[in-house]
Design a protein around this ligand. Structure first.
Ligand SMILES: Nc1ncnc2c1ncn2[C@@H]1O[C@H](COP(=O)(O)OP(=O)(O)OP(=O)(O)O)[C@@H](O)[C@H]1O
Length: 213
């Protein structure tokens, strides 16, 4: 499948002059990027290139040493390792997030659960769930309030093939609704599903496949 570029030209997310070092180890140096509304963008790079660091900075979880991030609209982040409460069930997580996001109902969440096929696990404590099911829950919690921009750190790690395809259906539906999805990816065969690729290399970011306007 090859996607055609979205028509929107509004900037959804931009970063300028991002610099981040851990001690003397410089990970990101003067990183600039621009992502438009409705784009599905992959962040790629070797292990340790700084992909997770960049996403944590973009979502405000980590402060850069220098630089600015600008977001247009609501933003959500799904971290590489799900942050869930082992004592609670997925349904209890949904209710907590419903309160936090002040959602009138759980309909969008249930639509996501149906797509990802884990309705059968809603009332089991998280501690007994498989890694893939935890990852599904984490994804639903990141998407259930339909954020304008979502940042996903290897979201389909541990997914079986059907769920992997369902994930890309979700990304396509977000794209059709003009929403922006940024995905850290290691998989070369994802490339055709993306509007653009941000390649992290030598501490810098280069946007390929769909230059930013
Ligand atoms: N909190 C931290 N303290 C010290 N060093 C860190 C910290 N977080 C990340 N690093 C270092 O920064 C570099 C970039 O890490 P990061 O996790 O961003 O890379 P990545 O591209 O996401 O890697 P991977 O593909 O392996 O997930 C690595 O050398 C890592 O050890």
């Amino acid at each position: 499948m090859t996607v055609s570029p979205p028509t929107a030209t509004r900037t959804a997310l931009s970063a300028r002059g991002i610099h981040k070092a851990f001690g003397k180890h410089v990970v990101l140096a003067d990183v600039d990027l621009t992502i438009r509304s409705g784009e599905t963008v992959g962040v790629v790079g070797e292990n340790g290139a700084g992909k997770t660091t960049l996403l944590r900075i973009l979502c405000g979880d980590l402060r850069p040493d220098k630089g600015t991030v600008t977001v247009d609209g609501t933003l959500s982040h799904c971290p590489q390792h799900p942050v869930l409460n082992n004592a609670l069930t997925p349904f209890q997580h949904l209710r907590l997030f419903q309160e936090a996001f002040r959602l009138p109902n759980l309909e969008p969440a249930h639509a996501l659960i149906d797509r990802l096929a884990f309705a059968g696990h809603l009332h089991r404590p998280v501690r007994v769930l498989s890694g893939g099911t935890r990852q599904k829950l984490s994804l639903v919690l990141a998407l259930m309030h339909e954020p304008d921009v979502v940042l996903l750190d290897e979201p389909y790690q541990g997914f079986d093939w059907q769920t992997y395809l369902a994930f890309w259906d979700l990304a396509a539906a977000r794209r059709a609704a003009g929403r922006t999805t940024v995905v850290i990816s290691h998989l070369a065969y994802d490339i055709d599903r993306l509007d653009a690729v941000i390649q992290l290399s030598h501490k810098a970011a280069v946007r390929t496949k769909g230059a930013s306007r």
